[in-house]
Design a protein around this ligand. Structure first.
Ligand SMILES: [Zn+2]
Length: 105
């Protein structure tokens, strides 16, 4: 009986030491926060918006033999980033659509 309790105590101590070490070496930000999945979902929505807008620009240019003057001329996806609410940057001479907050998209 005494050995079993000692074993459990050692086990719990080992888990606590591992958690403490992780926090120490990786920092408190390594523990996921509840807002992180929401931010990730919004960033994914931004990527989807940009893909939709690029597709719409292609469709528009195929149908009307010219690029749209502005993103508001397109139907469908919102021209605003869901993370920052910034208007997407659109170049009506090249048809390129990009997000100022997410330049890698
Ligand atoms: Zn964005």
């Amino acid at each position: 009986m005494g050995k079993a309790i000692a074993f459990v105590v050692v086990l719990i101590s080992a888990v606590l030491i591992i958690i403490a070490a992780k926090t120490l070496f990786l920092g408190p930000n390594s523990v996921p926060t509840p807002t992180a999945p929401i931010e990730r979902a919004k960033a994914t929505q931004c990527l989807n918006n940009i893909r939709n807008l690029r597709g719409s620009v292609n469709l528009y240019s195929a149908e009307k033999a010219g690029l749209p003057n502005q993103l508001e001329d397109l139907e469908g996806a919102s021209p605003f980033c869901p993370v920052t609410n910034a208007h997407y940057v659109y170049d009506n001479s090249t048809g390129k659509v990009s997000c100022p907050a997410h330049p890698r998209y």
